[in-house]
Write a protein that binds this ligand. Structure first.
Ligand SMILES: NC(=O)c1ccc[n+]([C@@H]2O[C@H](COP(=O)([O-])OP(=O)(O)OC[C@H]3O[C@@H](n4cnc5c(N)ncnc54)[C@H](OP(=O)(O)O)[C@@H]3O)[C@@H](O)[C@H]2O)c1
Length: 300
């Protein structure tokens, strides 16, 4: 397939790009500058230099693809506006042609505290940091008429390579101090980056794949379990500091509340597609993940 990908230089998007190229797809990757363009070109994609907040910079280049995969996120205060501009630009293009596929990346934080295991049909109660996400999910899912197939992927917290929240935990452990927001007794739904990327490829290939898909490894790990597992793999045991939520809010803003969520998230709709994560926890794979983190950090 001919695929238009946003965020191909990001944590999730780079794993998705690699999986798409490996599966034999042609990928047009929207990137922000020439340095990023050469990076994605080296990985087998055709770069388009543009900014998602400026639709005129990429509208024309996006026309004529079989699939549109949106993994980018602008981390500035424009996050919501840029995401809305992206979907408002790409959805009309996708729906203008016959049979395109749209995959939108959301996240499990739209579910809030889950009070036990939940699946894709759970009611939404987004953390403040994800407050705008449900309305964007709804707009994307609403475009599923006219022969266009639409999927929303809600990844758990991603692990693998050197990036992301878990990558930061490896870094902090190596630096000797790990900070935990709240008691750390809360569960995080997690997913290995390559397993997540495989779900995107599977959704593309399955003509019946539409709607919301969670992507989690069912490890049901508590934050303290992660800290303990990661802390035992550094050359010296790091100090662990639990930050009261109010103090964490002062330092991290609404991100603190997202990190303090207690979530157990299942992915039955993704598994019904035959998708099966190869890794089932951070804790049981720490040696391998620490090595991935070290290699990824050296390559960055
Ligand atoms: N990581 C996780 O654990 C996780 C879990 C659940 C859901 N999610 C969601 O998944 C999505 C991707 O997350 P991520 O961790 O992969 O993020 P990331 O590593 O920060 O990547 C963001 C990507 O978006 C691109 N980008 C940002 N602003 C842009 C703009 N204005 N125009 C064009 N490209 C732009 C970045 O390009 P540059 O390289 O130029 O910066 C980068 O490629 C987000 O919506 C996030 O909320 C992430």
């Amino acid at each position: 397939m001919n695929i238009f990908l946003t965020g191909g230089t990001g944590y999730i998007g780079s794993a998705v790009l690699e999986a798409l190229v490996r599966a034999g797809h042609q990928v047009t990757a929207l990137v922000r500058n020439p340095e990023r363009a050469s990076r994605v070109a080296a990985r087998g994609a055709r770069p388009v230099i543009a900014d998602l907040g400026q639709p005129t910079s990429y509208r024309q280049a996006a026309i004529g693809h079989d699939a549109y995969i949106h993994t980018a996120k602008d981390h500035s205060s424009r996050a919501e506006t840029v995401d809305r501009a992206t979907i408002d630009t790409l959805l009309p293009i996708a729906t203008a042609g016959p049979g395109a596929v749209v995959i939108y990346t959301s996240g499990v934080w739209v579910l809030g505290n889950t009070h036990g295991p939940v699946a894709e049909d759970a009611p939404l109660d987004p953390a403040a940091i994800s407050a705008w996400r449900p309305s964007h999910e709804k707009i994307v899912l609403g475009a599923s008429s006219n022969g266009v197939r639409v999927a929303v992927v809600r990844p758990g917290i991603v692990y693998g390579s050197a990036q992301g929240i878990v990558g930061d935990m490896f870094r902090d452990a190596a630096n000797g101090l790990m900070r935990v927001v709240g008691s750390g007794e809360n569960h995080w739904p997690l997913i290995y980056d390559r397993d997540l990327a495989d779900l995107y490829v599977r959704i593309l290939s399955r003509r019946d794949a539409a709607g919301v898909f969670h992507a989690t490894d069912d490890g049901d790990e508590r934050v303290n379990d992660l800290v303990e597992a990661i802390g035992t793999h550094t050359s010296f045991r790091p100090e662990v500091r639990h930050m009261p939520i109010a103090e964490a809010r002062g330092k991290l803003g609404p991100y603190a509340d997202a990190l303090a969520l207690d979530q157990i998230v299942r992915s039955p709709r993704a598994r019904a597609l035959g998708w099966a994560p190869t890794l089932h926890s951070v804790g049981r794979n720490v040696a391998r993940l620490f090595e991935e983190w070290r290699t990824g950090r050296e390559a960055a």
